[in-house]
Design a protein around this ligand. Sequence first.
Ligand SMILES: [Fe+2]
Length: 165
Amino acid sequence: MNSDNDLQIAGDILEVQHLLQPRREHPVTVAEFVGLARAIAADRAQWEHLVEYDATSRWYHRLRTGPGYEVWLLSWVPGQGSGLHDHGRSSGVLTVLEGTLAERTERGTRALSAGAQRVFAPGYVHEVVNDALEPAVSLHVYYPGLTEMPMHTTQSCAAARPVTA
Ligand SMILES: [Fe+2]
């Protein structure tokens, strides 16, 4: 079974009114988790002053917690990467706040520039790398909170094959 089905939604999902339930204090639906990430991304005062760049190890900071979820802020200096991994039982929303990150999966490599978001289900395997010349910052929402990040050692190739869709 292919777990990387690469679902694409045309247009802005947050414009679909029936998905916008009365505002809740904490997100529950995928759309609300995406919306939370977008709201934080747009409010630089929440995160900009917290960002640090560490050339020796990837820097991360837990920005927020809520019922069953965590929001992490990560920085990536050029050359830093996550290694190939999944997220255990967690689903997630990855949002690029600054710079450009490359996401590598078995299907290819996708460039994620500021504002790009990726939503993934449990078991999704990817590698995120800053292969650009400028530092990058990203926001990661995990539901439930990330308790493990199993590393994967092999992947048949994706580094050089761009995802165009
Ligand atoms: Fe990840």
